[in-house]
Design a binder for this molecule. Structure first.
Ligand SMILES: [Zn+2]
Length: 351
């Protein structure tokens, strides 16, 4: 990992707070917005200007209408699970040591949740210096209204949203000072894979009614991978790349990288073409960034990564078909932008 990628992590979060209101208000934009030509879609994308056939939100914010509370919303619960600090255990000074932890994640059960039905599930990660409450209780809580409005408009199926934290220190960080003092923020991003796979997914899907139907065996989780998604923002997006696409492809078929990946395409290629994963298709890989999402070069490096992945992995991805890069206008590194990314991803994950 490049040094630069490590040092700008906290800046990502701090700047995100400052530019949180930078996006201009706009609703869902039709792809045909001010066309200079008649769009000719090949594989769902116009080769001339990169506009997608799908009615994605192309600006930094979802509409106020989508954020407005619908008549009915579901409930937020907490789930507690036993895991280990796989990252701390990987450090030389902890060799041979087992560091057991009890962690909590927030869980959103959609309106009308009925344990006799099967539900899609999305594991959704926060950014640097945030925690498991950031999406559903704090900055990203409009996601509940956006989801329920989408379900009411029949734009997607209901989904259970699970928001864990990838941080696993022996004592949870609670102050900004503790987050700032983290010696290796990127260290967690690849080690969350084991927690997700061994501990979190079994805890969630053994309890709630997902397509796994309570059977958290490896075979059943693989069989139901199309109904499972993993998305994240900023360093959470990096975690989706390193712990999801690269390490849990057999359990998950939908991925969302919102604002940055900060790794090498060669690393992704190595994982996706390895004997373990070569035979697995990716149902959908959503990527979102924006013109004002410049923290640490997030937008430029993300777009370059995406383009390179399209070239290097033609057997896995076809732009416009099972993957997209949405470059939003008036869009920064903040939860307004990420709500738009959530909306866009949901248009494709569970239709
Ligand atoms: Zn066009």
């Amino acid at each position: 990992m490049k040094k630069a990628a490590i040092s700008f992590g906290l800046a990502l979060c701090l700047l995100a707070c400052c530019i949180g209101l930078s996006g201009c208000s706009a609703g869902s934009q039709k792809p045909s917005e001010t066309p200079s030509h008649t769009h000719n879609f090949v594989n769902g994308v116009c080769p001339e200007d990169g506009v997608y056939e799908t009615d994605f939100i192309l600006r930094g914010r979802v509409s106020e209408e989508l954020k407005t509370a619908p008549a009915n919303v579901g409930t937020i619960e907490e789930i507690t699970y036993t895991t280990r600090s796989y990252y701390l255990e990987s450090l030389p000074e902890n060799e041979g040591k087992e560091i057991e932890l009890t962690k909590t994640a927030e869980v959103y059960l959609p309106y009308g949740y009925d344990a006799s039905q099967k539900y899609n599930v999305m594991y959704l990660l926060h950014g640097t210096g945030e925690d498991e409450k950031c999406w559903l209780t704090f900055k990203g809580k409009d996601v509940i209204n956006v989801l329920e409005n989408m379900v009411a408009q029949h734009l997607c199926e209901p989904v259970i949203i699970v928001t864990p934290t990838w941080y696993s220190p022996e004592t949870p960080y609670t102050t900004q000072k503790e987050y700032n003092a983290d010696p290796d923020p990127d260290g967690w991003t690849s080690k969350f894979a084991a927690e997700l796979r061994n501990d979190l997914i079994p805890a969630v899907e053994g309890k709630y009614s997902t397509y796994a139907e309570g059977d958290t065996s490896s075979a059943k989780l693989t069989e139901t991978r199309d109904h499972r998604a993993f998305c994240g923002v900023s360093r959470g997006s990096m975690t989706v790349m390193k712990s999801g696409l690269m390490q849990n492809l057999d359990y998950i078929a939908n991925f969302g990288n919102f604002s940055g990946v900060w790794t090498e395409v060669s690393e992704l290629k190595e994982a996706l073409t390895s004997p373990d994963y070569a035979s697995y298709d990716i149902n959908f890989w959503y990527n979102g960034t924006g013109d004002a999402d410049t923290v640490g070069g997030a937008n430029e490096s993300h777009v370059a990564f995406y383009k390179s992945a399209m070239e290097e992995l033609p057997g896995k991805f076809t732009d416009g078909m099972n993957s997209v890069m949405i470059y939003k206008k008036s869009s920064g590194h903040d939860y307004n932008a990420w709500l738009a990314d959530f909306y866009n991803a949901m248009l494709k994950f569970y239709q």
